[in-house]
Write a protein that binds this ligand. Sequence first.
Ligand code: C5P
Length: 319
Amino acid sequence: MDIKINAYAKINLKLKVLGDLPGGYHELYNHMQAVGLCDRVYIDYHDMGAVSAKEAEGYRPRVILHPGKPYLPRDERNLAWKAAELMHRRFHPDRREKFFISVEKNIPVAAGLAGGSADGAAVLTGLARLWGLIPGYGEGPETANADQPGAEVSAADRSEAAAGSPERPSLQQLEPLIELAKELGSDVPFSLLAQNGYPAAVGTGRGTELELVTSESYKVLIYTPNFPLSTKAVYGELKDGDASEFNDLEPPAKRLSPEIEAVMELMKGIGTPLRTQLSGSGPSVFNLYSNKGPCPSLKEVKAALANREGNIYLGETLE
Ligand code: C5P
C-alpha cells in the first residue's frame, strides 16, 4: 500500500517567549500559519504478517528512508524514521512491517520553517490514513492501493479522489496522533494539523497545546539565506528582555547571525510588504502582502536580493 502526503511549511505570525520551562524549554505564545510550500512524503507500507513468538522481544520494523538530500540522516535521527517506529509501537506492535519512505525535499533545512517536523508529521498522517485511523482529507489519486490484488480503482473512484476527500478528521480523531507528535518535537503537532485541514493555530506551553484560529490569507515571500541556524542555539542565546514586535527570537538570532539584519532590511524594500519578519528561530525571513494587491515577481526578488544565494518561495498562506 502506498500513499503521498503534502508536508507543509509553517511561518510564525507571532512568537512570544513567556518564560522558562523544565528541560531547557521555553513557554511560548506561538501563532503558526501553514503556507503552500511543501515537501512531498511518499510511504510504501508492507505488512508481512504477525510477529512470531520467537521474534516478539526486541522486534523492530524495517524502515528504509530516502530523506531527499544527501546531508540529511537516513536513520533514527530523522523525524520521519522515528515517526514510523512510533506508529508501529503504538498501533501495530504485533505486526512484521516494512516502511519505505521517500521525501521530495522542497522546504529548506534548519531554516525556521518546520521542514523536518512536517516530514515527521507526514509519516504519522500517512500511516494513520493507510491504517484507516483517520479519513484521507485532500488525498489525490496517488493514494490508490495499486499493489493490492482486487483493489482496482474505478474511474469514478479516481475522480472523487482527485477532487480530495471533503471530510477532514475531527480533532478527537487526531488526538492520539497529536500525542505521538509531541514526542517527536515541539512543532510536529502543528504540522500534523496543517496536513489534515487545519492550517492555523496558536500553540502555548512548549508550543504543543494547540488552539485552532482562523487562517489569515496573505501572499507570502520567504527568503532563506544559505546558512543554517540551530533552534537550540537560538533559544540558548535568548537573554532577559529580548523582545520584538512579532518574534522574540529575532534578537538572539541576529546576535548569532548578524547577516539577518541586512537580509531583513533588503526584504523590507521588496514591493510594499505589510510586514517583514523572522520565521521561528530563523534564518528564514518572510514578507506578507495583501492577498488583493500585487506581489513582486521572482525576477524583482532576485534583483532586490542582489543575487544572494539561498532559497526563495513566492506563494500564499494555506486556507
Ligand atoms: O522540541 P524540539 O526538539 O523541536 O526543540 C528543539 C530545541 O528548541 C529544544 O531543545 C530547545 O532548546 C528549544 N525549544 C525551547 N522551547 C520550546 C521549544 C523548543 O527552548 N518551547
